[in-house]
Every structure is written in structure tokens, then in C-alpha cells.
Design a protein around this ligand. Structure first.
Ligand SMILES: [Zn+2]
Length: 64
């Protein structure tokens, strides 16, 4: 008869957690700037909108 053993688990290193805690807000901010920002956060006016315009349409983000 064989015994079923629990899988050996290792603790997640804090550096990995810290990396994700930093990366997620940065990626969310980048996604916001690319998709919905109209100059309110970036203070770039229409420049960022025009720069990302085709990509926004490709992603299906409504803009006009
Ligand atoms: Zn458009």
C-alpha cells in the first residue's frame, strides 16, 4: 500500500512578493495612461492620446 504525501511547499520569498507589489500598481497606471487618460494624470494634453490612439482602437477602448 502506498502512502500519499503532501506536496513539499516552500515559502514565497519576500523579494518576489515585493516585486509584484511594485509591478501591479505600475502596470495598472500604465494601462490607465494608455487607455483612459485624457491628460488628467499625465498632464500631457492630447499628446499621449494621439500617441496611443491606434493602440486604443486596437484594444477596443472607446474614445470618439
Ligand atoms: Zn479614436
Amino acid at each position: 500500500m502506498s502512502q500519499i504525501s503532501a506536496p513539499h511547499t516552500q515559502p514565497v520569498p519576500w523579494t518576489s512578493i515585493a516585486r509584484w507589489l511594485l509591478a501591479v500598481p505600475v502596470l495598472l497606471l500604465l494601462a490607465y495612461l494608455v487607455t483612459f487618460d485624457q491628460g488628467a494624470i499625465s498632464q500631457a494634453g492630447d499628446y499621449l492620446h494621439e500617441l496611443m490612439h491606434d493602440g486604443r482602437h486596437l484594444l477596443g477602448v472607446p474614445c470618439h
